[in-house]
Design a binder for this molecule. Structure first.
Ligand SMILES: [Zn+2]
Length: 84
């Protein structure tokens, strides 16, 4: 699994939620399974905090819901962390 920092594919959450269901960012499949744990992503910026909730899609792709806080604002993204 690639770290979000290594991912080439970061997507807006707005584009990947249909009928309140999170879709795979690679193929838009709508069945996935949350992986245990919350991954904290280190940052060089002391005002930025990022965590990731990982999912494994039934399509075979892996992706994460990225939550980044920066100066009091919270940003939500979906990142592709598949190995291929
Ligand atoms: Zn997929």
């Amino acid at each position: 699994m690639k770290s979000p920092a290594e991912s080439k594919f970061t997507h807006s959450l707005v584009d990947l939620v249909v009928d309140d269901i999170l879709l795979c960012p690679r193929c838009l499949y709508n069945y996935s399974h949350r992986q245990p744990g919350l991954i904290d992503i280190p940052s060089d910026n002391p005002k930025e905090f990022t965590s990731l909730v990982a999912f494994k899609g039934e399509c075979g792709h892996q992706f994460g819901l990225q939550i980044t806080q920066y100066k009091g604002q919270t940003f939500l993204y979906v990142v592709d962390i598949s190995n291929d």
